[in-house]
Write a protein that binds this ligand. Structure first.
Ligand code: OAD
Length: 251
């Protein structure tokens, strides 16, 4: 069985893990890989659905061209997620909320698995697959609460048609989400970057902001990324194995 010592965790990280009062975690698709959610890059998972590449069917332009097709695609993605469960990485991160005095979880994932593991107040930079947003009044609602009009959800508040509450290609991040994450990054002492290829901005700038403000930045990923060189420490391996071992080392 692999031990934390074999992971090569530095004394600096062990000590910070004991004493840090303000910790931030940024996650990407890799944190859900061990739950069975495909990542976007690597592993030959380039998504094509009904002949349309991911970046076309998931684009802002497609909302105008064919809203029903967009919903069909997101319904399909939700269907594939329905039976998937959080893995030890999600569970460990949820536990950190109680361990550190001030803890912030920022995710690029839309799968809701952090919340399913018990994480609260998650800063969702790219939205959430289980919610819809009204075109007319802007209200957000859980999809399971909504009735459909020709396969398009209808807003409980104003009766307007709704869209997935997800950031599509060609769109800005939800108002305030990046600003809140950047503010927390500026103030954290320890920052973990878990399971992201760190190529999509502005999300990938969160660890850069933390590092520039003096935080100790640790990457957890089986592969090197463009951020690896900036990090103080790189733990090479799967999040579902490394994060629980880190937690055990603290106890
Ligand atoms: P990517 O698919 O780009 O990167 C996944 C990362 O996870 C890679 O660096 C893998 O090496 C790593 N990985 C794979 N398995 C892992 C494991 N078990 N433990 C830890 N890491 C593992 O996913 P993101 O970086 O999240 O945006 O992609 C960012 C954004 O690109 C997504 O949020 C999405 C996409 O366009 C939108 O849809 C708006």
């Amino acid at each position: 069985m692999q031990t934390v010592t074999q992971l090569g965790v530095s004394n600096k990280l062990r000590s910070l893990f004991e004493t840090a009062a303000n910790v931030l975690v940024l996650t990407g698709a890799g944190v859900s890989a061990e739950s069975g959610v495909p990542t976007f890059r690597g592993g030959g998972n380039t998504a094509v659905w009904k002949g349309m590449p991911f970046e076309i069917i998931s684009s802002a332009g497609m909302l105008e061209r064919d809203l029903r097709a967009v919903w069909e695609w997101f319904n399909y993605r939700r269907g594939r997620l329905e039976t998937l469960k959080p893995n030890p990485a999600h569970e460990t991160i949820a536990g950190w909320q109680q361990q550190f005095k001030h803890f912030t979880l920022v995710t690029q994932n839309i799968d809701g698995l952090h919340q399913a593991a018990g994480s609260r107040d998650v800063i969702e930079l790219h939205g959430n697959l289980w919610r819809a947003r009204c075109f007319d009044c802007g209200q957000r609602h859980e999809l399971r609460e909504l009735r459909m009009d020709h396969d398009v959800p209808v807003c409980i508040d104003c009766g307007g048609h709704m869209r997935p509450d997800v950031v599509l290609f060609g769109e800005m991040l939800p108002p305030g989400a990046f600003e809140r994450a950047a503010h927390e990054a500026e103030n954290c002492e320890l920052c973990f970057v878990v399971g992201t290829s760190a190529v999509v901005y502005p999300s990938a700038s969160i660890p850069e902001i933390a590092r520039a403000a003096g935080a100790y930045v640790v990457e957890v990923n089986p592969e090197a990324t463009p951020l690896s060189d900036l990090c103080d420490e790189v733990l090479t391996g799967k999040a579902g194995e490394i994060l629980p071992m880190l937690s055990e080392a603290r106890a």
